[in-house]
Design a protein around this ligand. Structure first.
Ligand code: GRG
Length: 294
């Protein structure tokens, strides 16, 4: 199977599993379940669940049994986007080309959608215990909780909000993205590796891969924002700071940011040198992420 075929096949399997794990849209209270599905099936790339599956495959693990954990990562990602779009946070009207959850269902429902998705995520992690070694599931539950919590995603979001309209230093920018974006990528790769039975050396190599990939992903995300703005309204480079937020390109310039992204991607792929062809998908995934157009 080619990289693209595998990517599409896994994305489809994740979609199918999510359909099964989420309550039906008409299950009482229908407005909540419909709103959860609205954001989960809004066209996300499914990068995090695919990384869970790919990491398990890289260490020779079974990918079917860990589908609940793969989906849990996507639910946490979706919850974070729904909450991030709220008026109290980024106040966005559109995501993935569609009105944001609170624009369609109202603020209170959108808050509860996020809460319900986060809670369902941990129900799915527990469900994985039916097919996976309980010690591995325990470790993964703890890693995912840490990545999503105050020393992970939420901590990164708080520092991001505190930094609005401030000229922050590079160490703060790094903190924000290592926690806000990087933590979930890291947890996804480590979860797949742990459940797949990785040895400590394999886990360490995959952790480096995930951390460098998270950094490259974020810089690319900043670069795509600028390219999108320029294409839409001819905004000059450097005025890309939404709500006056510092980004990699605003701190290091366009070329500097591109160089940093390339370097991080190279380091990610180098970390996979201890693996053979079974990690080929992860190598190509790095190229896919750094060359993506959305
Ligand atoms: C509200 C707890 C809480 C956290 C919010 C993740 C986050 C923290 C905010 C999202 C804002 C943002 C644009 C972050 C940049 C990185 C990112 C998560 C981009 C979107 O990820 P993709 O490209 O999205 O994987 P798709 O749409 O493909 O799912």
């Amino acid at each position: 199977m080619s990289f693209k075929e595998q990517l599409t096949a896994w994305a489809r399997q994740v979609d199918e599993a999510l359909h099964n794990y989420l309550p039906p849209a008409d299950a009482y209270p229908a407005v909540l379940h419909e709103a959860m599905r609205y954001s989960v099936f809004a066209g996300g790339k499914r990068l995090r669940p695919i990384l869970v599956l790919a990491a398990a495959k890289a260490v020779g693990g079974n990918t079917d049994k860990i589908m609940p954990v793969a989906c849990a990562l996507e639910l946490i990602h979706t919850y974070s986007l729904v909450h991030d779009d709220l008026p109290a946070m980024d106040n966005d009207d559109y995501r993935r080309g569609r009105p944001t959850n609170h624009k369609v269902y109202g603020e209170a429902t959108a808050i509860l959608v996020g809460d319900a998705l986060l809670t369902l995520a941990f129900e799915l992690v527990a469900r994985c215990g039916e097919d996976c070694p309980p010690a591995a599931v325990n470790r993964v539950a703890r890693e995912i909780a840490q990545a999503a919590g105050s020393r992970g995603l939420i901590g990164g979001q708080v520092v991001d909000l505190l930094s609005e309209n401030k000229q922050i230093e590079s160490s703060v920018l790094e903190y924000i993205h290592r926690h806000k974006t990087g933590a979930l990528f890291r947890a996804a790769v480590r979860a797949g590796a742990i459940l797949g039975g990785a040895g400590e050396a394999q886990l360490a190599a995959l952790t480096t891969y995930a951390e460098q990939m998270g950094l490259a992903f974020q810089i690319k995300d900043d670069l795509l924002d600028i390219e999108g703005d320029e294409a839409k309204i001819g905004k000059p480079v450097g005025s890309d700071i939404k709500n006056q937020k510092v980004t990699y390109p605003s701190l290091y310039g366009l070329d500097g940011a591109r160089r940093m992204a390339d370097e991080a991607a190279r380091e990610a792929v180098t970390a996979l040198n201890i693996f053979g062809p079974e990690a080929e998908f992860l190598r190509l995934m790095m190229h896919f992420i750094i060359n993506r157009d959305h």
